[in-house]
Write a protein that binds this ligand. Structure first.
Ligand code: MN
Length: 495
């Protein structure tokens, strides 16, 4: 049973009276609102809210975000309205909770096509409007995944698949390595239980065999490092995550003996100079494996990851990896909104292509990216609530509308049902007779808003596009199709 104390104990920010007061207030409010509600597991519903808030505290979020985490299911699942939350907690927390409630409506349905998945991820970000909303949603999903076993099998598969396709890539882009890895491993467990269980047993056995050696190495290294007057912030052993292990094993004919980073010792020291000095200490203590020293401090990985890795023959010749980094590098790798996004996207497609209809970055996009990077640089340096006001202006001129099947369609602002229809298929555009938005009939020049569900009504036989449509359509795709059809009809009439 989690309590308020567990949230306080997990705080990475300074636990000032003011912050504790706000979190306590949200705690009591949400507790009362969810009174009597149970989860499928049989525990109180409110436990889920505390767990979500605790995850947010662990990754270093501020008190407003943690409070919104406590309140995140209140409007959807209780009698209390968003207006009451606004009255009680103010606009900021209200906006966060409202954002989460909106995002709850985005669900992965049958889509397998990568560009539609990409649209869906972008729609998720565009509708969130604030990066903190996305992070709360990730924490919410993480706890739901941790407790997924209590759901019926089809739901397990659906949720695990959605997590893999939407939430894992988002956590990855935001550089929140810890959440990404755990979400990925939990999805793996439900989507491919056979491989997951085999692998887990193999890894755990292997790790257990090595554990005594790891403990001994930690003790010996601690001693040697301290003798050099280097302060150790943290030193601990860790087993590799299963998803990344599985990928690596597939590259090495499933031979676990060839995976040298299956067990690793992580050493966190104050400065970059300490990192190199520690590396010297490690190599004097244990023989290192030739060609396995990787200096990601002087040459960071493309995603910004920094650390020194070396593979050593530890006590009794046991092979293990040692990872040395500063606290700042550690925070970035585990929870930072790292630069994953930019680099990963660059690899897959050019930026120009990514913003298909925008030739250059707008000022706002740059500001947002800059803010993200600044956050990354400042995280861990002091205790300010860096996430304040990180608005997502990234998709400022784009909207995402949804088909009744749940596919997200990427459109420019003020796009109409005719644009939507042509974006699906030219034949759908040519035969449009009407449209419903969120279940209600609308005129064809209706301006679609973010997240609306658009249903296109078609005539049986292909109809002629109307010249008047040219006055209101927004996409060049729709325009050119309409013109082409009209021209074709004119030629037919003249021949
Ligand atoms: Mn929830």
């Amino acid at each position: 049973m989690l309590t308020l104390k567990d949230i306080f104990k997990s705080l990475k920010i300074e636990a000032t009276d003011e912050r504790k007061k706000l979190i306590s207030k949200a705690f009591e409010f949400a507790k009362k609102a969810h009174q009597g509600q149970k989860r499928r597991s049989g525990e109180d519903y409110f436990q889920h809210c505390i767990a979500t808030a605790k995850i947010l505290a662990e990754i270093g979020m501020g008190s407003k975000t943690i409070s919104a985490g406590l309140l995140h299911d209140v409007p959807e699942d209780t009698e209390i309205t968003l207006a009451e939350i606004k009255k009680e907690f103010g606009k900021d927390i209200h906006d966060l909770v409202k954002g989460i409630t909106k995002l709850g409506k985005i669900k992965l349905r049958e889509t397998k096509e990568e560009y539609l998945l990409e649209n869906l991820r972008n729609m998720f970000l565009a509708m969130a409007e604030d990066i903190r909303v996305v992070i709360i949603k990730l924490a919410d999903r993480l706890h739901n995944m941790r407790t997924l076993e209590f759901n019926p099998p089809e739901k397990q598969l659906r949720i695990a698949n959605e997590t893999m396709e939407i939430y894992v890539p988002l956590a990855d882009r935001l550089g929140i390595g810890e959440i990404k890895a755990e979400l990925e491993d939990l999805s793996f467990k439900f989507l491919d239980p056979k491989n997951y269980n085999e692998l887990k047993e193999m890894r755990d056995t292997y790790y257990k065999e090595g554990e005594a050696f790891v403990k001994q190495a930690i003790k010996e290294l601690e001693h040697s490092i301290k003798k050099k007057n280097i302060k150790i912030i943290k030193i601990y052993g860790r087993a590799k995550h299963l998803s990344s292990l599985f990928l690596k094993l597939k590259k090495h004919e499933m031979d676990i003996g060839r995976i040298y980073d299956l067990i690793a010792i992580r050493i966190i020291v104050p400065s970059v100079a300490d990192c190199y000095e520690t590396l010297g200490v490690v190599h004097r203590k244990y023989r290192s494996m030739v060609g396995r020293i990787k200096d990601y401090i002087s040459l960071p990985k493309p995603n910004g990851y920094q650390s020194i890795h070396t593979t050593i023959f530890g006590p009794k010749g046991k092979i293990m990896e040692v990872q040395i980094r500063t606290q700042k590098m550690h925070n970035e790798a585990e929870f930072g909104i790292a630069s994953h996004w930019i680099y990963n996207e660059n690899k897959k497609r050019s930026w120009k292509n990514y913003f298909r209809q925008q030739e250059t970055f707008t000022e706002n996009e740059l500001v947002w990216l800059k803010q993200l990077r600044e956050w990354q640089n400042e995280a861990g340096r002091d205790n300010k609530e860096f996430m304040e006001g990180l608005k997502i202006d990234f998709f400022k001129n784009r909207i995402f509308a949804v088909t009744p099947k749940g596919d997200a369609i990427d459109l420019p602002e003020e796009a109409t049902p005719v644009d939507f229809a042509y974006a699906i298929h030219s034949e759908v555009g040519d035969s449009i007779t009407g449209a419903k938005v969120d279940g209600k009939m609308v005129p064809l020049d209706y301006k679609i808003r973010n997240g609306q569900i658009v249903e296109i009504l078609k005539s049986k036989e292909t109809k002629l596009p109307n010249t008047k449509w040219l006055d209101f359509v927004k996409t060049s795709n729709a325009k050119s199709h309409i013109k082409k059809q009209i021209k074709r009809e004119e030629e037919k009439a003249n021949s």
